[in-house]
Design a protein around this ligand. Structure first.
Ligand SMILES: COc1cc(-c2ccc3ncc(-c4cccc([C@@H](O)NCCN(C)C)c4)n3n2)ccc1O
Length: 285
């Protein structure tokens, strides 16, 4: 069993405002007393018995910490420290000041293709690094893609929330039905064995949203959304895609592919002409 620092986190950090919350607990801004530096504290209540649904299983926290220690990359949020006291584990994480990509899109309704390409390049760099370590995120969505700041022209992307991530062992079969209906791949819904290519389906959905502001499979209910995913029911509606390049649509179509083995990988996506134009003329398409 992993051992985390038994110190009281408040001895070293001043606990600040709630930044947000999720299935795991709360994220608070914390200030390191020795340096004055801001960090993000992810506070998770540990489940004390198998009979309750409250809190997080300690084994899940241990896996998330192992994954975060493995993933040191400019486009993945960094883990600095881990504390445990009584029934709570606190991850001290790099503070990301630019908010969620979700809010950035909402404020702008939709992005220019050039802006979407810059964001997708960084997302794919971080994801390609994860996949090269045989780690799948399995909860990719705009809310889990954050911006380093909200002032610069090209903010840095930071992938967060590895609570559903999985580190594949050699020849391991892994199934999970967790995730957010709008973004999960058909094989997740069908409870089939998963691979890192399930993340690439989510990338196709996120790209569709970045370019149109629409969610391709969203229905009135979660059940309807899941039915739309399984039916591969989506379109490039002229009202929302009239100015979208054919390259961008080709990129999305090569990700929203039912057979996981036929989907582009992160590495292949970075070489797709929409992301990496071969000629200047092509870039203008
Ligand atoms: C590593 O795992 C996580 C990291 C973070 C994280 C890391 C650094 C950081 N700096 C600022 C923030 C922040 C700012 C506003 C809202 C949130 C958060 O509540 N929303 C995250 C998305 N949500 C769906 C979990 C987080 N974060 N959040 C949040 C949830 C995680 O599961």
């Amino acid at each position: 069993m992993a051992v985390f620092k038994p110190d009281n986190v408040e001895d070293l950090y001043e606990i600040g405002e709630v930044l947000g919350s999720g299935h795991f607990g709360e994220v608070r801004r914390v200030r390191e007393r020795a340096s004055g530096t801001s960090w993000a504290g992810k506070f998770m209540k540990i489940r004390k018995s198998a009979c309750t649904h409250l809190g997080v299983e300690r084994s899940c926290v241990e896996q998330e910490v192992e994954i975060l220690h493995t993933l040191q990359h400019p486009n993945i949020v960094a883990l600095k420290d881990v504390f445990e006291s009584r029934a709570e584990v606190v991850l001290i994480l790099e503070f990301v000041n630019g908010g969620e990509l979700f809010d950035f899109i909402a404020d702008k309704e939709m992005l220019l293709e050039s802006e979407a390409i810059e964001f997708m390049k960084q997302i794919l760099e971080g994801l390609g690094f994860m996949h090269s370590k045989n780690i799948g995120h399995f909860d990719l969505k705009p809310e889990n893609i954050m911006l380093s700041d909200n002032v610069s022209q090209n903010p840095n992307i930071k992938l967060i929330d590895f609570g559903l991530a999985h580190h594949f062992q050699q020849d391991e079969e892994y199934r999970s039905s967790s995730g957010t209906p709008q973004y999960i791949a058909p094989e997740v819904i069908k409870k089939e064995p998963l691979s890192t290519t399930a993340d690439m389906w989510s990338i196709g959905v996120i790209t569709y949203i970045l370019l149109s502001g629409l969610s391709p499979f969203q229905g009135e209910t979660n059940e309807e959304t899941l039915t739309n995913v399984l039916a591969m029911k989506y379109e490039f509606y002229a009202q929302f895609f009239s100015t979208t390049s054919s390259m961008a649509k080709d990129f999305i179509q090569k990700l929203l592919v039912e057979n996981p083995n036929d989907r582009m990988t992160a590495e292949e996506s970075l070489l797709h002409p929409w992301i990496k134009p071969i000629t200047r003329k092509q870039a203008a398409k």
